[in-house]
Write a protein that binds this ligand. Sequence first.
Ligand code: UDX
Length: 447
Amino acid sequence: MALKITVIGTGYLGATHAAAMAELGFEVLGLDVVPEKIEMLQRGEVPMYEPGLEELLRKHVAGIEGSTGRLRFTMDWAEVGEFGDVHFVCVNTPQKHGEYACDMSYVDAAFESLAPHLHGPALVVGKSTVPVGSADRLAARLAELAPAGEDAELAWNPEFLREGFAVQDTLHPDRIVVGVRSDRAEKLLREVYTTPVAEGSPFVVTDFPTAELVKTSANSFLATKISFINAMAEVCEAAGGDVARLAEAIGHDERIGKKFLRAGIGFGGGCLPKDIRAFMARAGELGADQALTFLREIDSINMRRRGQMVEMAREALGGGSFLGKRVAVLGATFKPDSDDVRDSPALNVAGQIHLQGGQVTVYDPKGMENARRLFPTLGYADTAVEAVRGADVVLHLTEWREFRDLDPAELGEAVAARVLLDGRNALDPEVWRRAGWTYRAMGRPTA
Ligand code: UDX
């Protein structure tokens, strides 16, 4: 009989995982503690913008015409405990207010709520990004609380999905990592992931702490790559070099690779910034803080980029104050193909200029609603052309495809001055310069 799967927490990770499990053929029950989320999901609607996710949900959510009916949602813990053979915990672990450490309260609450309803054999699988050592602690708690006793077991299975590619990354992961304590747990997880493993996804079996560390170390490596190239951009800037050419050239070395070497205003979002901070905090608790002091530097290189972008804009406006200056900002989300504005470098730069008296108008293809909510005092426009109307300088801060397709001549008609600052090194300098624009990017020579 096919395994029955539950997914606890229906944010980015959980909603995508639930839909993907249904796509793989399992009966799935998703749970969230927020009624509005459950109501939306039951209608086949997704609370955020993620390409392909709504289609996948609608394909499987019970009650939607033509669906397989394999995916249902509930708020009832007893129903979840009763239903599932395998329970995936997908709740978020944000940064604690005023601290580097991560806030485990949602994970802890999920375990406290679920465990008392586990009366028979069950595998609880943690997917949330947690400080190393959490799985050991949660396994003990599970043993204490679950009526099933030893039949209720824990495994850790970190998730590596990228926003904007969540569906693809979940259905076709580049690796599956499982931390297990028994053959039974491994066997169950192999069953869950039969399809991707048959397609060639590597399946790495390890212990709890290694599984937890794989996730935080992968994100630390990615953050390091981005800050590395941004540090090179600072040096290029000082030495008159071109960081884009430099990245291209070093990227030809297969050991280095081309990816994640785009210099610009740096990384943001709900993962990389908080994950490297939580990692440092945890290493400190373990007495291994020296091993990760370099991450402090990675973080500060990254945060410095935002201020440097603001200064570049000031310089482009003549070097004085932003008062009375019109600044157009293209992009509000932390990355393209997402509506996520959490710790967004783009919005941070827009906000800083606004707070210094600039008249900022923002346009983003998908992030307007979230940006408005977070930063209601900024100006917003419905299109890129409207955003740049009358602008003294245009800032390109999120690398949406739509911005690469803009017509420099058309935009040139709308602005007060043809000055473009590319904070993502993603536009073609030649195309813009030919259309009469002054194009500047971080770490690249002026024309
Ligand atoms: C990241 C990890 O990639 C993913 O594996 C993990 O599961 C969650 O965290 P995500 O937060 O979706 O995923 O963003 P990612 O695609 O990694 O980009 C992070 C940030 O880095 C974005 O703000 C992006 O614009 C920036 N970035 C990326 C650069 O500045 N330069 C680059 O070369 C690449």
